[in-house]
Structure formats: C-alpha cells, structure tokens
Design a protein around this ligand. Structure first.
Ligand code: HEC
Length: 297
C-alpha cells in the first residue's frame, strides 16, 4: 500500500517536472519570437548580406583555381596597398589546394618584392629580394603608420578576416544552419563580398564625416575604406568579366583560401570519415547479430 502510494507520488512529481520543463521551453520559444523583430529594429540599418554561390560551400566544396588566381591578382593590385596578409608566405601560392601557381611563377613573384633581413656580419639590417619562403611583406611598417595614412582608420590584416566577420541570421534560420544539408557557413564571405559591392550615396538624412564612406553592409553604415573596386580596374587574362561583382567574389574567395588553406583536405577527410563510420556501423550490426544469434532469449 505504502509502496503503491510512493510510486504514485513519484510519477506525479515526474509529470509535474515534465510539464514545468515544457512550459519553460514554450516560454523561451515565444520570447525569442517576440525578441527577434525588436532586436532587428534596434537602430541598426545594415542590410543583410547577399547570398552568393561559392564553389567551396557544402560537403563536396572545392576552390576554383582560376578564381583564386584572379582573386590574388585583385589582392595584389588593389587591396595590398592598404591591407597586409601576414600569415601568407609566397610558397603557399604553389601548394596543393590553393591557386597552385607553378614554383617558377612563385620564385619570380617573390623576387619582385623586397623584404628586410639581417642583421648581417656588420650588424646591419638590409633589404633583399623576397624568396618563396618569405611571408608577403605588409604595406605599412606598423599599425600607427597605417592609421596615420588612413585618417585614423586601420585596414585590418586579411589573413583570417573572412573568419572574423559574419552576421546573425536570426531566429529561426540559425536553427537549421547546424543541420547537414541546410548548413550555412558562408557568413563571412557573403558579408565581405557584399561589403565590397555595398557602396552608394548615403540616404539624405545621414551625415558622413570626411574620410568616411557610406556602405550599406558595414556596421553603422560608415566605413573608413574608400570604395576599392571599380569596373575594369584589374585586367583578367582568362576572359572572366572585369566587373566589380566579379572582382569582389574573386578576391573574397582568395581571402577564404588564405584563411583556410586546408579546406579541401578537411572536407575530403570529413567525407571519408563519415563513409567509414557508416560502413563500420553496418559491420558492427552484423557482428552483433552473429555473436548473439546462438544465445537463447
Ligand atoms: C586605400 C586603402 C584601402 C584599400 C585599397 C582597401 N582597403 Fe579595405 N579597409 C581599409 C580601411 C582603412 C579599413 C578599416 C575601415 C574601418 O574600420 O572603418 C578597411 C576595412 C576592410 C574590411 C573590414 C570591414 C569590416 O567589417 O570591419 C574588409 C573586409 C576590407 N577592408 C576588404 C578590402 C578588400 C577585399 C580590398 C581590395 C579589393 C580592400 N579592402 C582595399 C582600407 C583599404
């Protein structure tokens, strides 16, 4: 009798607990629905970045070599006057998984740059032509020099910039972003490509201070970078269109490779591991059937 009563009480409390948990999660869901528009309207006027087609997106994604080469050209001829890529060495440009320039091309390219080396036998620093093992030299000696030249703004290093930028997709999209097949990891590249195309005249009620520019995608809509791209500014020799849109996508793809040079290997290994696990799970299942088949149950 007492046992029965205790059981009843236990069941009762576990039901209550379940009811409480479901009420709590219901309330949280409701709140996030209500909060989403409020957050979106809290004074930010940035546009949501445009979704682009990227060859490296998805489980089977790979870089487009021709695009990486064009992107490097845009970086070299335009962005490198202000932005450094400190983590990139010339030799990386000929490694598998990247733009895959030939070693000869890389030697010639490196030699066209000067790097500081030393101290030599007499204790002095000197300049010499770069070698493939050198990192790409930065345009400014240090942050202060860059800020002084750019009316106070600092052009960030580009090595991992696409990984450091992104945007919130909001509820409920972010819930799907984790599910394979729906997963979306191109926040950074979509933002950067949109930013590069996002310059326009400011709305008439907005004052833009000197040395700043209106950009639809930049936080606060003001950016210290003058519009870097214009149609026809970089000459492509592979017949790709010489437009701001094409330049923006190419240089962003290049930045993605710089930030994640082993992306292709990572995706390839991931697929291999998943396939192995599927086969292994099948083998384990049949092994289990075989082992237990003679045991009476
Ligand atoms: C004339 C110098 C200059 C050139 C050329 C230039 N940038 Fe910038 N860039 C800047 C400055 C300065 C900032 C910092 C802006 C700020 O903080 O308001 C910046 C910021 C950025 C940012 C970060 C924006 C953010 O969200 O904070 C990105 C991305 C970027 N540049 C990409 C590029 C690319 C790609 C190119 C080449 C196509 C390029 N820039 C060419 C000066 C330059």
């Amino acid at each position: 009798m007492l046992d029965g009563l205790l059981m009843f009480r236990d069941q009762d409390s576990s039901m209550k607990r379940r009811l409480f948990v479901s009420c709590l999660s219901g309330a949280a869901l409701l709140m996030s629905f209500l909060a989403a528009p409020a957050l979106a309207e809290s004074g930010h006027h940035e546009k949501r970045p445009e979704a682009h087609e990227w060859s490296f997106a998805g489980a089977l994604g790979r870089f487009d070599r021709a695009q990486l080469r064009r992107g490097f050209k845009v970086y070299k001829e335009v962005c490198s006057t202000c932005h450094s890529v400190k983590l990139l060495a010339f030799r990386n440009l000929s490694q598998p998984g990247g733009p895959e320039f030939s070693e000869k091309e890389v030697v010639e390219l490196a030699a066209s740059y000067k790097v500081r080396d030393g101290p030599n036998d007499s204790g002095e620093y000197f300049e010499r032509p770069a070698r493939p093992s050198d990192r790409v030299p930065p345009p400014f000696a240090n942050e202060q020099a860059a800020r002084a030249a750019m009316s106070g703004a600092y052009p960030p290093d580009m090595s991992v910039l696409v990984k450091a930028r992104g945007y919130g997709r909001g509820f409920p999209t972010f819930l799907f972003d984790a599910i394979p097949g729906f997963s979306y990891q191109e926040h950074g590249v979509d933002y950067v490509a949109s930013l590069l195309k996002g310059y326009s005249e400011p709305p008439h009620d907005m004052k833009i201070p000197d040395g700043q520019y209106y950009n639809a995608y930049m936080a606060g809509n003001r950016i210290g970078m003058p519009p870097p791209l214009s149609d026809g500014a970089v000459t492509y020799d592979d017949g790709a269109p010489q437009t701001v849109d094409q330049y923006a996508r190419d240089v962003t793809a290049f930045m993605m490779w710089v930030a994640e040079p082993h992306l292709e290997a990572r995706k390839r290994i991931g697929l291999g591991v998943i396939s192995f696990l599927i086969v292994f799970a099948g083998l384990l299942y049949f092994t289990k059937r075989k082992i237990w088949s003679n045991v009476a149950h």
